[in-house]
Design a protein around this ligand. Structure first.
Ligand SMILES: CC(=O)N[C@H](C=O)[C@@H](O)[C@H](O)[C@H](O)COP(=O)(O)O
Ligand SMILES: C=C(OP(=O)(O)O)C(=O)O
Length: 359
């Protein structure tokens, strides 16, 4: 089964493909479509791959009492949670407008479907992939229906344990091979002690045939970059135009300069990850030529002498002699001509020695 798949048209993820970076606009647009557009443009300008929103059909996501519950918070946009959420929710028409704008700006556009009806709408909207928010990772009827639609999926794993994630994997896998699971801790802002990046390694072991990723709610970019070093093939971070704005998520979001730095840092780390084959590289030759150690004579060694280890020293030598690592192989070999004390022991001087230099 493939460890890589096409998440968006023409954009593979997993394997050696670049990490897919999702700028999660979420509800940081304050319910204002013009701010939302600015944020889409910002996501593109900063180099992220995708601008993401959160789509709910509120009567399907919440029951009546949850919508009527008072929301007394500095982050509230209404007296009740329902009023608050209604203020932040874009209509279907507005979603179409945002999708068109993202298309013009040339960035992938999607949203988390926060309930089954929202997924139906996003399916009609023809988003490239579905994001499953952490709150729905244990919503098995939703997972099954969403997986059956056949679009790639990015499934977050906040508020969950491994046992349930195994079930999530099985449920989605049964209907859809193209999905990724993101390590996530659902706290805003998230403290480093609660990030648990090692879960990425566990996910790689548990789910070896899917790419894995990271959805972060911490402050700053370092931890998300580290996630890529640990194998995350998708990274999602909330973004904002101003961390001091009203709203639950702004504080733990990245401002444009941070998002741009995150993208640069991820790309840099990807270059640095390499292929894992340990060998001396051409770029190391100058250092090796200058400071690489080789064999020199500790004492004068007359022609015909059979070498013992105490005749040999390891030094930075001019010219460079036999590789230091071959010192033990020299013992018992004969020299073909006189070698003065402190002189390099050259390969052609030792009988029966032939080895190409490493570089
Ligand atoms: C778990 C989950 O859905 N979390 C989302 C994604 O990270 C958040 O963006 C919430 O929608 C947000 O924090 C809710 O804030 P309020 O309750 O003020 O609307
Ligand atoms: C809540 C969301 O994501 P996560 O669970 O990854 O934070 C989301 O995508 O809306």
């Amino acid at each position: 089964m493939p460890l890589e798949f096409e998440l968006c048209p023409g954009r593979m993820i997993g394997g050696n493909h670049p990490c897919f970076i999702i700028a999660e606009i979420g509800q940081n647009h304050q319910g204002d479509i013009e701010i939302a557009k600015k944020m889409i443009k910002m996501a593109k300008d900063c180099g992220s791959d995708c601008a993401k929103f959160q789509k709910s059909e509120l009567d399907h996501k919440f029951n009546k009492k949850a919508l009527e519950r008072p929301y007394n918070s500095v982050h509230s946009w209404g007296k009740t949670y329902g009023d608050h959420k209604r203020h932040l929710e874009f209509s279907h028409e507005q979603y179409k407008e945002l999708q068109k704008y993202a298309d013009e700006v040339d960035i992938f556009f999607t949203a988390s479907g926060m309930d089954e009806m929202a997924v139906e709408f996003l399916h009609e909207l023809n988003v490239p992939f579905f994001k499953v928010a952490s709150a729905d990772n244990s919503n098995f009827p939703y997972l099954k229906k969403t997986a059956k639609k056949g679009r790639p999926m990015v499934v977050s794993s906040g508020m969950q344990n491994m046992e349930t994630m195994r079930q999530v994997y099985k449920t989605v896998k049964e209907h859809n091979p193209n999905f990724t699971i993101l390590q996530c801790t659902s706290a805003y802002p998230l403290e480093a002690e609660d990030v648990n990046l090692r879960v990425l390694t566990e996910y790689q072991k548990e789910f070896p045939d899917i790419p894995i990723g990271y959805s972060g709610h911490e402050s700053g970019i370092v931890i998300s970059v580290a996630a890529v070093a640990m194998g995350a093939k998708v990274v999602e971070r909330h973004v904002t135009l101003d961390k001091t704005w009203k709203g639950n998520d702004h504080e733990a979001s990245l401002v444009p300069s941070e998002l741009a730095e995150l993208v640069r840092s991820i790309r840099l780390v990807e270059r640095a990850l390499g292929n894992g084959v340990k060998q001396m590289l051409p770029c190391e030759k100058p250092c090796h030529d200058k400071l690489g150690k080789s064999l020199v004579a500790k004492v004068k060694i007359p022609k015909g002498t059979v070498l013992t280890q105490d005749m040999l020293a390891v030094k930075v030598a001019e010219p460079m002699g036999i590789d230091a690592e071959d010192i033990f192989k020299m013992v018992g070999k004969k020299v073909k001509k006189d070698v003065e004390e402190d002189e390099s022991i050259l390969p052609e001087v030792v009988e029966g020695y032939c080895k190409k230099r490493k570089c």
